[in-house]
Design a protein. Structure first.
Length: 164
């Protein structure tokens, strides 16, 4: 945090999240307070979320599915997973509205699929992903579902992220 910030609350708390902040975020996304973790940025949160799953899966060619319009931090991390861990990454195409087709996701699954990663809302295009539907598909195939919902609150909700 910059010393000269005009935001009095940030100065007073030195940008450390308080219990009330954690509770407010948990309520927003339908999580338990202990499930909420804060990082300095969304990009910082992407790395451990993605890089932890592939090695922990124990699969020699773990498969990750994401969308072509995903945030660059996620796309670069996926490239790193391919290079360092031999992961296979599928980039789902999106339609004119910026949405991956759930049928394309269903067709992309393999026996080695361990993770699906999408952002709830795209801050550049405004596309709101069908998060609950995508999460249901992922869980139905035994894969974990990761959703970056950092931009979703501005869009009036989490686009079903709470049910994912």
């Amino acid at each position: 945090m910059h010393r000269r910030t005009a935001h009095a609350r940030a100065r007073r708390h030195r940008c450390r999240p308080r219990k009330e902040d954690r509770a407010q975020v948990a309520d927003l996304i339908g999580a338990r307070v202990e499930e909420v973790a804060f990082t300095a940025s969304g990009s910082e949160a992407d790395l451990p979320a993605l890089r932890g799953v592939v090695p922990a899966s124990g699969r020699p060619r773990a498969h990750v599915i994401t969308q072509a319009t995903e945030h660059p931090a996620v796309l670069e991390t996926c490239r790193t997973l391919e290079r360092l861990h031999g992961a296979k990454v599928t980039l789902l195409p999106v339609d004119r509205q910026g949405l991956p087709k759930p049928t394309a996701l269903a067709a992309a699954f393999t026996d080695d699929t361990v993770l699906i990663s999408v952002m709830a809302s795209n801050n550049e295009t405004g596309a709101l992903q069908p998060v609950a539907e995508l999460a249901t598909l992922a869980h139905g195939h035994g894969a974990l579902f990761r959703c970056d919902a950092a931009q979703a609150a501005w869009a009036g909700g989490s686009s079903g992220a709470a049910t994912a």
